[in-house]
Design a protein around this ligand. Structure first.
Ligand code: NAD
Length: 443
């Protein structure tokens, strides 16, 4: 986490313009609240309306004691947040990462509420996390941690209550353990309690690539809007996990040139006309666990400071790692014309302001990466029907939902003359507010 720690430390004097100080708040939840306020002001929401839909509904914090392979016991902090369930069960991933905090999980749950509303799927917002570095665990320790997480908070979960999914450092195998733990407790087979499962356990076709595929549908529409050709466009991607690696693969299939990729272990750029072959990078990560050493396999330069990847001269920048990567400190040096947010919360509101002035087109997280939750929703529907669709049917639905959502957000942005992020919140907030008002208050 060297690079992230570095960006978190930028709270005093920072490099860049002489005398410039970073004023950005690096609390993801504070930033999320600011994003809400910007849209709520335009919608002229009343104090009562804001009170019902802005803050999380339920925040659960537990300590998970896990027996390690050497017989010792380690205790991990774990969270599950339900932000808003007016439109349906809470939906959102579970993150395993050493820097997980309740602040971060609250922000991520908030974004899920409005993301589900932007793409108009009947679900609310939730998120979970465990403060752990899973790379330091054996497979057995990881399984015990996953099962204990689900068992400890089992009453929160359920197909009509709260349906988790993968996020940073969690994967289909962990979803299988979640599903099995829940099913064993209920003496039933209940696949719809979690999405992002392996295909053999009721997972959906198209789920693994869905987040990046949804982003690609948005990027194609953005290029169409600006009347420019996507083939030949240059791309930089921060983060090379599920979202980032599929982003590289799918955009390269659209004829784009992947100029730079990075992950926790380094950033690599190519001056070569053809750019980086994503298949080679993906194979390398499969074999070695990260991009480390990529310079030995393909013609790329390793950057001394991985954060410089964000400042590369490319047409599109895709943050696909973590929050707060672009702040008022580095935003002035970001050259991409379009930023497509596969990650949640990669830009601070202060960075947004800089990009608005520069005319950078942002495809905001709650729209751009909504393909993941959209196919998760389709997985949940299939589980409940016990009937499974073809890849073509899934892709057809995903394309329709993402394109309709992009068009709605773009029209709202043009109508209110606001950036795409505020427009996305306007669309989402209106839907959540309407559902909350129709339901009213019980007692
Ligand atoms: P992942 O665990 O598969 O991959 C995360 C990647 O980020 C890894 O390559 C890791 O090395 C890299 N990374 C971590 N810290 C970094 C740093 N400081 N600099 C550069 N790279 C760094 O996770 P993922 O599922 O791909 O999620 C990535 C982002 O996308 C997260 O913000 C997540 O919330 C968001 N997202 C994921 C999905 C999904 O379906 N997986 C859906 C919506 C949004």
């Amino acid at each position: 986490m060297a690079t992230r720690k570095k960006s978190m430390k930028l709270d005093k004097k920072v490099k860049g313009e002489p005398g410039q100080f970073l004023t950005d708040k690096l609390s993801a939840f504070d930033n999320a609240m600011k994003q809400f306020d910007r849209a709520a002001d335009i919608l002229k929401l009343t104090k009562n309306q804001v009170a019902v839909i802005k803050e999380p509904r339920r925040v659960t914090e537990v300590k998970l004691p896990i027996r390690m392979d050497d017989g010792s016991i380690q205790v991990f902090m774990a969270y599950r947040v339900h932000h808003n369930v007016a439109r349906g069960p809470a939906k959102g991933g579970v993150r395993f990462h050493p820097d997980v905090t309740v602040d971060e999980v609250k922000a991520l749950a908030f974004w899920m509420t409005y993301k589900c509303a932007v793409v108009d799927i009947p679900m609310g917002g939730g998120k979970g996390g465990v403060a752990v570095d899973p790379k330091g665990l054996s497979l057995g320790e990881l399984e015990r941690l996953a099962r204990r997480y689900f068992a400890e908070m089992i009453d929160l979960f359920g197909p009509d209550r709260d349906v988790p999914a993968p996020d940073v450092n969690t994967n289909p195998q962990i979803m299988a353990w979640f599903m099995d733990t829940y099913s064993m407790h209920h003496h039933d087979y209940i696949p719809a309690v979690v999405t992002g499962k392996p295909l053999a356990l009721g997972g959906s076709k198209g789920r693994a690539s869905a987040t990046a595929q949804g982003m690609v549908y948005c990027v194609r529409k953005a290029f169409e809007h600006f009347k420019i050709k996507l083939a030949g466009a240059t791309i930089a991607i921060q983060g090379f996990g599920n979202a980032g690696s599929y982003a590289a693969k799918l955009l390269s299939e659209d004829g784009c040139i992947i100029r730079g990729v990075s992950d926790i272990d380094g950033a690599f750029i190519s001056d070569d006309y053809g750019g980086i072959d994503p298949e080679v990078a993906i194979k390398h990560v499969k074999k070695h666990g990260s991009l480390k050493g990529l310079e030995k396999v393909v013609k790329v330069k390793r950057l001394g400071d991985p954060m410089e990847l964000l400042e590369m001269s490319t047409d599109v920048l895709i943050p696909a790692a973590l929050e707060n990567q672009i702040t008022s400190e580095n935003a002035p040096r970001v050259k991409a014309k379009i930023i497509a947010e596969c990650a949640n919360g990669p830009l601070t509101p202060e960075a947004d302001d800089i990009f608005e002035k520069k005319g950078t087109f942002i495809i905001p997280d709650i729209l751009c990466n909504a393909g993941g939750v959209t196919v998760s929703y389709l997985e949940w529907v299939q589980n409940r029907m016990g009937y499974y669709w073809t890849e073509e049917q899934i892709q057809q639905d995903l394309k329709r939902i993402m394109e309709t959502s992009f068009a709605n957000v773009l029209a709202t942005s043009l109508h209110h003359k606001v950036p795409m992020r505020t427009a996305a919140f306007i669309v989402g907030i209106q839907r959540v507010n309407e559902a909350a008002e129709l339901r009213g208050l019980y007692a």
